[in-house]
Design a protein around this ligand. Sequence first.
Ligand SMILES: NC(=O)c1ccc[n+]([C@@H]2O[C@H](COP(=O)([O-])OP(=O)(O)OC[C@H]3O[C@@H](n4cnc5c(N)ncnc54)[C@H](O)[C@@H]3O)[C@@H](O)[C@H]2O)c1
Length: 351
Amino acid sequence: MNTVKRVLLLGAGGWAREHWIDIVWPDFRDKVEIVGLVDMNEKALLSSGAVLGLSEEVLFTDMDKAFSATNADFCVIVLPPHAHRIAVEKAARYNLPILSEKPIADSYDDVKAIYTAVSKKKLKMAVIQNYRYEAPIMTLKKVLESKKLGRIDYIVARYASDYRQPGSWDVGSVYEMEHPLLVEGSIHHLDMIRNLSGSDCKTIQCTSWNPDWSNFKDNANAMVMMEMDNGVKAIYEGSSLAAGTINRWHQEYYRVECEKGSVVVDRGDRIVRVYTRDEDGKQTIEEIPPVSELASGHHQILTEFLRWLDGGPAPETVLDDNIRSAVMVFAAIKSAEENKQQIPRNFLPQL
Ligand SMILES: NC(=O)c1ccc[n+]([C@@H]2O[C@H](COP(=O)([O-])OP(=O)(O)OC[C@H]3O[C@@H](n4cnc5c(N)ncnc54)[C@H](O)[C@@H]3O)[C@@H](O)[C@H]2O)c1
């Protein structure tokens, strides 16, 4: 049954406006109808409502009224992470499937509460982890899956943005919150390490800190060392204060060292490069332009989510999978706080 689905959109400002309203929804007009829009900020609500051509009756500053007044088929959460729990708990009360922006939440307690609320009701919930569906990443993964480089030994990941000026990282309240890099940023990169290694994380050791010249209240930088269940090792460097070389959003550096060579994607051209050597040590560099038969990022996840609602397979980034990336973040935070290696599996919520 491929009927048009009715969606309640929670969040009308920031990323909801910049990406979901201006870029995603126009491509889903024949599949999704927005039947309600929620934001506590009236200005953002009215402005986004006008862009979407919605009447004032379906614009809500009160989340409860929105859930009770709209007969939606699912909801999309594009609120700041501290508001995810309240939105999920309300959606669970109405048995409404949920597609939520990452991260699941900004605190371990909220992640556990969300996981419990959704699991108890056997609700469908998926989390947006859009970087998995970028052409350079899909291309790099294909090289790994072809096995032409043999088994994976270790992964090196780098993310570095110049967010030294207050407000230059324009997501939520990153300059005020606890662990802004790990919670708001690194969730994408730790999830990517699971994605590329094809395994969950066995152990994690993290150092995170806030240099004197940082304008963030809490730690803006981190280094993380991991071992995955399948034996793959990984190292991650994350910086929100990069003054020199940059690997910002969509330009992250990933290098996968394998038995018979390495494969790299770097900033700039985003070409995937495969490095191998012949028996005499002569190096060959194969350049592979990024291609993917799937849609990119949000478009792909929303497409999979709609198919799931129609009885198709669950998206890759369902809550049961994404919780395994979320616990890496909270285990990393605990590791940094206690200067001790942690076992992310021990952080998985018990029902
Ligand atoms: N996937 C990505 O690449 C990506 C990129 C950017 C942001 N995000 C995510 O999108 C989400 C939203 O981020 P943002 O920067 O737009 O956040 P934001 O802090 O700018 O808030 C977005 C909107 O939510 C509203 N809001 C906040 N609390 C509310 C509540 N309790 N009830 C109703 N409305 C409320 C605010 O008024 C605001 O208009 C976050 O989870 C963030 O991590 C994802």
